[in-house]
Write a protein that binds this ligand. Structure first.
Ligand SMILES: *Cc1c(COP(=O)(O)O)cnc(C)c1O
Length: 539
């Protein structure tokens, strides 16, 4: 080969190598830039302090994780954990030796009569009596009539399943009408026809958690399809329901928790704005939130949603059939529904203040175009084309019938009256605490049914304030009250229901006694209340 030719080849090879080098460098810097942008966005959203605290906690956790790899350590901790687990089980799922129990199928089936006896025994196990109104939330009772109406609905639709719409046309219609009644209550523009892409739309679900999961999934899938967002993020008040965290984990959406204003308990709008970036798909507000019953500034969130073209979900799971009735019942209200232009979806639990049987909630969207991202259609399944609107396949038609019956039984007048009495009870509690309990304070300015109260701190170092509030809670428990314990800050709350209405004076009286007792103690403990929401199974 002539030297000149060989040089050219060498050049070609060299330049080729250079191209690989260049490509490598390019990939390297792209990755560096991407990480850099990610870190900057993370820090901007979280704030330096929070980010540092989270990083520290994650490191500690990782440290523990590594330590747990040591067998000696693992055995030691496992022993302790087993002890705690057994204690918890003892508390939350005590064994009842007298109760009928079948850990495996009976060899011979029970007669209807024996089943009835067994069911009676099960229903009479010693429990926290909710009927006396001393339990916060939990049972959103619709009165004695309502129980009979449910039974009638369950009986008539005992085998119905909306998955087979053609077999059960009545359930199909009731399902659609529950959604439609909610849409109209929340002032959604209704579609002109079934093929109208505009106007509100929704579906029923099994509960608030599923409604929230479905909304997050719809926004995630829309963002991917329409804006090419593959690393979605949502911005959620710290006071919003844990279901948003669940959605973040299930659907791989990054979640930014935004602190609330310590005084108003509403999400800090400035911090929401700071967390917005090109990967943001969703803002969230609660109306009201569960911990302290504050309603976030939906109008301000809407302004941000409109400006940055984001989804805005309003969690009205708890507010359900109270918030839309505040005005009719003569109480102060704030903007919260589809009349606020930036609101694109709302979750509303009919199994809370609409007094429907458990297992019924509604997720509403501003448009069908958004709802379609909630749906899943599997066209290639050997079993046929499989299309479902939500998480479930088969669904209980009986629950939908019960929910529909509850709504039409109560009507606008029934819900207005129930809002009047329930919110009235909450207001009497707020007033009573503010007037007669100088050592306590009410969190925020509750407009609906939840009243949270803590102890004024007055410079106490233990963070629990002058009157350790959980100790007060323990004493209330001894008097038969079942209040919720909140954390950050430590506080107690009661979610008023119709059952609370007649016992407001008892509550204030017992609270006075509990606070006095704790104050009189030489050395008050810190109280042992922790709120556990646990679906306990030991099967
Ligand atoms: C109850 C509640 C939910 C979740 O409802 P479930 O029906 O328990 O799944 C969501 N958000 C708020 C504010 C709630 O109070």
């Amino acid at each position: 080969m002539a030297p000149a030719a060989s040089n050219t080849v060498m050049d070609a090879i060299r330049s080729h190598v250079l191209t690989v080098e260049t490509a490598k460098t390019l990939v390297f810097w792209t990755l560096v830039c991407r990480h850099f942008v990610r870190i900057v966005r993370h820090l901007r959203a979280r704030g330096l302090l929070t980010a540092a605290r989270e990083a520290y906690l994650a490191t500690v956790q990782r440290g523990f994780g590594l330590m747990m790899l040591l067998p000696s350590m693992r055995n030691k901790v496992a022993g302790e954990l087993d002890k705690v687990t057994l204690e918890l089980e003892e508390k939350l799922a005590p064994k009842h030796p007298d109760a009928p129990s079948f850990r495996s199928l009976p060899d011979k089936g029970l007669s209807a009569e024996d089943v009835s006896t067994a069911l009676t025994k099960m229903s009479e196990l010693p429990n926290t009596k909710w009927e006396n109104g001393r339990v916060s939330g939990a049972v959103y009772h619709g009165g004695k009539d309502m129980g009979e109406i449910w039974k009638e609905a369950f009986g008539k639709f005992e085998v119905a399943n909306p998955l087979h719409a053609d077999v059960f046309p009545g359930v199909r219609q009731m399902d659609a009408e529950i959604v439609s009644m909610c849409l109209s209550l929340y002032n959604s523009p209704l579609p002109a026809s079934t093929i109208d892409e505009y106007g509100g739309a929704g579906t029923t679900t099994s509960g608030g958690t599923e409604s929230i999961l479905m909304a997050c999934k719809a926004y995630r899938d829309r963002a991917r399809a329409e804006y090419g967002i593959t690393e979605p993020e949502m911005i959620v008040p710290i006071s919003a329901h844990a279901a948003f965290d669940k959605a973040a984990r299930y659907f791989n959406i990054k979640i930014h928790h935004i602190p609330v204003d310590p005084k108003t308990r509403k999400v800090q709008i400035k911090k929401v704005r700071r967390a917005i970036n090109p990967n943001t798909i969703l803002l969230v507000g609660s109306a009201p939130n569960f911990p302290d019953g504050a309603i976030d500034d939906i109008q301000a969130l809407s302004d941000l949603a409109v400006k940055y073209r984001l989804g805005l979900h309003v969690d009205c799971c708890l507010g359900s059939f109270l918030v839309p009735f505040l005005e009719r019942a003569g109480y102060q209200t704030v903007p919260f529904d589809f009349r606020v232009p930036g609101v694109t979806s709302i979750s509303c639990d009919v199994h809370k203040y609409a007094m429907a049987p458990k297992g019924a909630s509604v997720i509403m969207y501003r448009s069908k175009a958004l709802r379609k991202y909630q749906y899943e259609v599997i066209t290639t399944w050997p079993g046929g084309v499989y299309a479902t609107p939500s998480m479930a396949g088969s669904r209980p038609g009986a629950i939908l019938a019960g929910a529909w019956a509850s709504l039409v039984h109560m009507g606008l007048d029934g819900y207005t009256a129930s809002c009047h009495s329930i919110v009235g009870a909450a207001k009497r509690i707020v007033h009573g605490i503010r007037k007669d309990f100088p050592e306590l304070y009410v969190l925020g300015d509750p407009l609906v049914s939840v009243v949270a109260f803590g102890s004024k701190t007055e410079g106490q170092g233990n963070g629990l304030g002058k009157v350790p509030i959980y100790e007060v809670g323990d004493r209330m428990s001894k008097m038969g009250w079942h209040l919720n314990a909140l954390q950050n800050p430590p506080a107690l709350h009661i979610a008023c229901t119709r059952l609370t209405v007649p016992v407001v004076d008892d509550l204030l009286r017992d609270l006075r006694a509990a606070v006095d007792e704790v104050q009189a103690m030489e050395e008050a403990g810190k109280g042992s209340m922790v709120m556990l929401y646990m679906d306990v199974l030991y099967a």
